[in-house]
Ligand binder design. Sequence first.
Ligand code: LAC
Ligand code: ZN
Length: 461
Amino acid sequence: VHLALSEISRALPSDALITSGAALDAYASDASEVAPVTPLAVAKVASTEEISAVLRACNRHGVPVTSRGAGTSRVGGAVPAAGGLVISFERMNRVKHIEANDGLAVVEPGVVTGELHRSVESAGAFFPPDPNSWESCTIGGNVATNAGGPRALGYGVTRDYVLGLEAVTADGTVLKVGRRTRKGVTGYDLVSLLVGSEGTLAVVSEITLGVVRKPEAVGTIVIVLDDESRVHPCLNALRSHGVALRCAELLDSHTLALVRPKAGLALPDRAKALLIVEVDGDASTVEAMVERAGNVALESGALDVLVATEGTRREALWKSRRELSHALRRAAAKKLSEDVVVPPSKLGELIAFCRRTTETSPVRMPAYGHAGDGNLHVNLLWDDPELDVEPQVRRLFEETIRLGGTLSGEHGIGLLKAPYLPLEQSPDVIALERRIKDVFDPNRILNPGKIFADERRHGDC
Ligand code: LAC
Ligand code: ZN
């Protein structure tokens, strides 16, 4: 390690390398419950050349490297589990340029996603991916996890907007993959491979994003339901009546009860679930669609609908959803937040499973999230710190797979879900993924322990 650090200190300005003191602790944990691991050093890189120099040194001396955006991972992705060095992107936070007419934006990985939204919108375009942590998370982290968000229903996820990447492999080689155009069929799709690879294959140093036309108007509709079982039929009715939703977010009975006092909405007592849906487009279409959506929802049994087409009023309708993460954190001593996905037609079965678990075990399982995509944030809440919730987590994942779903819709596998990867992927698939990993990172220095469970000690130093 000392050899690596002295090589790195020659390549970086003196204030860019932290090797001791309490400052290191700020890089030990993320937004998950994974136990903190203080890194041996943090490199605050400012350029591709600096990233390359850091990686060359770490690779030569077998020092683990964990890339970090804003540390908002829910699965331990940013925890330097094997120790070693953290590459922090706080100094690489520039939007380099936006070409609205060509539909692209070139950015550094440390740009906060909300800043990116504002820059792109002031250039007259729109960057749809909107992970709920957009005011703090970074686009680099979004690329690492292929982040989604409410608008994924209508617009797709981060991967759908990454046209090209500049990335540095473990030995310091700088690669430019992908393109600056929307179309392209040149060689293998390495962009898609790197997006979602959770910092295990390469360190991204520049991102070329596709941007689209900004919708002229947006309408938000809160659909109040008396039973969770109405969620899927209601979404089906909207679809069959030609209402194209850009988001469809669910609060189940359990989460609604938690945020009800703070939601600021006049809800009837019988309300047991909320669907927050949105449409966008030109102003007259949005007006017509909001009306149609409201009528269809009421015909399909909704207790009430609340609508807004103006910014602050729309935001007020979203308040219950935005409050959720904090409300859930306060609701129990211990909390795990999953992001399983099932085919939307299986949502009812997934919610019923959560309800049964809540009734028959000390673990409560509220569920909320991106219902239109079948992507639910099933939370596990419990109070006894001695309780081992592993069996409940495993049963949730087994049920998800049984319903034809997947373990992670947007947060990634990270450290927390690594033991469960074999529930979804066959030994042959995992073996192939490991061979791909070894091509990019033969010394296994990049984010060890993530995605693949038994790698944690490899490369430890
Ligand atoms: C959300 C985060 C947890 O959707 O993905 O709130
Ligand atoms: Zn989410």
